[in-house]
Design a protein around this ligand. Structure first.
Ligand code: DMJ
Length: 673
């Protein structure tokens, strides 16, 4: 690609003359003359002497080179970005590698037996969730009446204060003995907040609450305290230099805007709640109340604003019980709806939330499959809370449609879908990485969210995992790591995005919910691979993309990294999967791996004046080339999953009660498992 780009950028006139006019003319008749006017006249004369056909050929060649230049410039954009060390605030990696989801018709489905419709899938037979070896809580399905909201809030705030004091004490004493109950920090989702008269089917209480005397105090440990410290350090940078803006640029002590909606602040709200950072939370809440305005003439990406903003507001509403967040969620939800006004009902990628208009990207009428199928958890929950069906209807229609589409390969989906025709485009390329990843994640998660009744979702999920096994799994050399590669028009590529590391966690979640036991086995092998994507690299941090060696070569590890792929954006996927693996197995090695990763983030990405930064070179410990950008998901996801990974309290976001959206915002499961 670099050679191609160089050729396209070369001087086209000289290339052409040397080919078309022959050697003597190529250097100019009469020898080299430095006068510009002379050269201009001479060229013009030559041009006039050409026949019409020759001129047409020349013009055609110019046009061809220009097109090549544009194509090569576009395709080289990402590679170029990664090898330059300048600030990239106007380049949206997330948009370039959006994630996909697909779901099923799930518009408030009529209640069905949870075990119905598995006939087609004998291998889908639900199994009992495995016993959790480290669970110390009472029965999780004991239903009691939720306490009054204000009582819960008070308990929550008392807990937060206690935690803050504890953090201070621990800084000094470095003791692991801190004993505090985190139960107060997790409030049961409120199912009955101001229901409108047309409220749709009231879901069952999503989760259970244990009585006080069943609760044991759960100690916060040193590792959790280290996460709190990291969060505070990141927050300090954001507060000092980027308050109310989208992302912190910690090195230049400034900020970048994407949507201009305080993205980091909103993404981090529920993390602060879970970590017990009351003061920070209150301050951020005030900003949401007084300064967060959606009535703005700004184009936002439907997927990104749904998972980060709508998802963040909804989960914060559930954890805090504060209706401010629900009001804001309704506001943004309504403003995103114009995206669905397309000929096919497959939403456009972008919406102007002030004007109420939507459009696809400038260069295509396609949307990304992961994007249009990974907004369902949030819109469905918004319908449930508001009683307004339109949100769920819109996203369910997308899932129903995608369910019926041809162009899949054993359940694997292409990366693009056209908003006019509603058909997949760019057929033949299959990946679990960018542009397809969260399609698979949301199939399972919608099924769980809706109480395991929507069988098409489950079918699509199970089929897809079979497709992964059949087409995308390979083993590397020398360590024989099982990895998920890509398929392009029948050719296997041993390339794996870090984004794919969401998969072990999702597989484990499925197994916990009764799906095939071999999913758990696969999860165990894949999380080892994801860990090796960190451990085999000089900084101990994973690059954005790796290529696995399929053949043993002396002196080569399993993981190879191309120069264009060696950046790290502080992404969460591996830590996310480690969290699920620890929750479901109790195997401490997963905590240890996460601890290593946190330390390496601290070593190579922490900026002394506040904040953490993405880096350009995970292979160079002496200069990892800071990128000067802290992505909002570092606070929204990475640190949240770290904190949960290090916790031994399964009720700190109980996975039988909550389902995390793809940005780590927990939303209630509608029907208890
Ligand atoms: C986040 O926005 C979400 O996790 C999304 O699903 C994928 N990309 C980033 C994190 O890598």
């Amino acid at each position: 690609a670099a050679m191609y780009s160089g050729a396209a950028a070369g001087p086209p006139r000289r290339d052409f003359i040397s080919v078309t006019l022959g050697p003597e003319e190529a250097v100019g008749v009469g020898g080299y003359n430095n006068s510009k006017a002379w050269r201009r006249r001479s060229c013009w004369r030559k041009w006039k002497q050409l026949s019409r056909l020759q001129r047409s050929v020349i013009l055609f060649l110019f046009a061809f080179l220009a097109v090549c230049g544009v194509i090569s410039y576009t395709s080289m954009g990402e590679a170029w970005k990664s090898i330059t060390n300048k600030s990239l605030d106007d380049q949206r990696t997330e948009q370039e590698i959006p994630r996909l989801k697909l779901a099923n018709p799930a518009v408030l489905p009529a209640p069905q037996k949870a075990d119905a419709n598995h006939g087609d899938y004998p291998e889908l037979s639900l199994q009992k969730p495995p016993k959790l070896p480290h669970v110390r809580r009472g029965p999780s399905n004991l239903q009691i009446k939720a306490p009054q909201r204000d009582m819960r809030l008070k308990a929550q705030h008392d807990t937060m204060r206690a935690v803050e004091e504890l953090v201070e004490v621990n800084k000094v004493e470095k003791t692991e003995k801190s004993i505090i109950s985190w139960r107060g920090a997790v409030i049961e989702p409120d199912q009955s907040t101001e229901p409108p008269s047309n409220k749709i089917t009231e879901p069952e209480k999503p989760s259970s609450v244990e009585t006080e005397d069943q609760k044991e105090p759960v100690p916060i440990n040193e590792r959790q305290l280290a996460v709190i410290e990291a969060f505070r350090h990141a927050w300090k940078g954001y507060k000092d230099f980027a308050w109310g803006h989208d992302e912190l640029k910690p090195l230049s002590k400034s900020y970048s805007e994407w949507f201009g909606l305080g993205l980091t602040l909103i993404d981090a709200l529920d993390t602060m709640w879970i970590l017990g950072l009351k003061e920070e939370f209150e301050e951020a809440r005030k900003w949401v109340e007084n300064d967060l305005v959606f009535d703005k003439n700004v184009d936002v990406n439907l997927f990104e604003s749904t998972i980060r903003i709508l998802g963040g507001l909804l989960s914060t509403y559930h954890l805090s019980g504060d209706s401010l967040f629900l009001e804001k969620a309704k506001d943004i939800g309504n403003r995103l709806m114009p995206a669905f006004k397309t000929p096919s009902k497959i939403p456009y990628s972008d919406v102007n939330i002030g004007r109420g208009t939507a459009h696809p990207p400038r260069w295509t009428s396609d949307s990304t499959v992961a994007e249009v199928t990974s907004i369902q958890l949030e819109f469905r929950e918004l319908s449930r809370l508001t009683g307004d069906e339109k949100f769920q209807k819109a996203v369910d229609e997308v899932m129903k449609h995608v369910h019926t589409l041809s162009g899949k390969n054993d359940g694997l989906v292409p990366m693009f879908i056209n908003t006019n025709s509603g058909q997949f485009t760019h057929l033949g390329v299959y990946t679990l990485g960018a542009r397809a990843d969260s399609y698979y994640e949301y199939l399972l998660k919608q099924w769980i969210q809706g109480g395991k009744k929507e069988n098409e979702l489950l079918e699509d999920y199970m089929r897809a995992i079979e497709g992964v096994k059949k087409h995308l799994l390979q083993r590397s050399e020398p360590k024989k790591l099982t990895f998920v590669g890509e398929l392009a028009h029948g050719h296997f590529s041993a390339k794996m995005d870090h984004l794919v590391c969401f998969l072990p966690g999702t597989l484990a979640l499925g197994a916990h919910n009764g799906l095939a036991a071999d999913h758990m086995k696969l999860a165990e092998t894949l999380i080892e691979t994801c860990y090796q994507m960190y451990a085999q690299v000089e900084t101990g941090l994973s690059p954005e993309i790796v290529h696995f060696n399929l053949h043993a070569q002396k002196g080569h590890k399993d993981v190879e990294i191309k120069p264009a792929d060696r950046h790290n954006l502080l992404r969460p996927e591996t830590v996310e999967s480690l969290f699920y693996m620890y929750r479901f197995t109790g195997d401490k090695k997963y905590q240890d791996w996460g601890w290593e990763i946190l330390q390496n983030f601290n070593r190579y990405t922490r900026v002394p004046t506040g904040g953490y930064t993405s880096i350009n070179n995970v292979q160079n410990p002496s200069n990892p080339e800071p990128r000067d950008k802290m992505e909002s998901f570092f606070l929204g996801e990475t640190l949240k999953y770290m904190f949960l990974l290090f916790s031994d309290d399964i009720d700190l976001i109980n996975l039988d009660k909550y389902i995390f959206n793809t940005e780590a915002h927990p939303l209630p499961i509608w029907v208890p498992a």
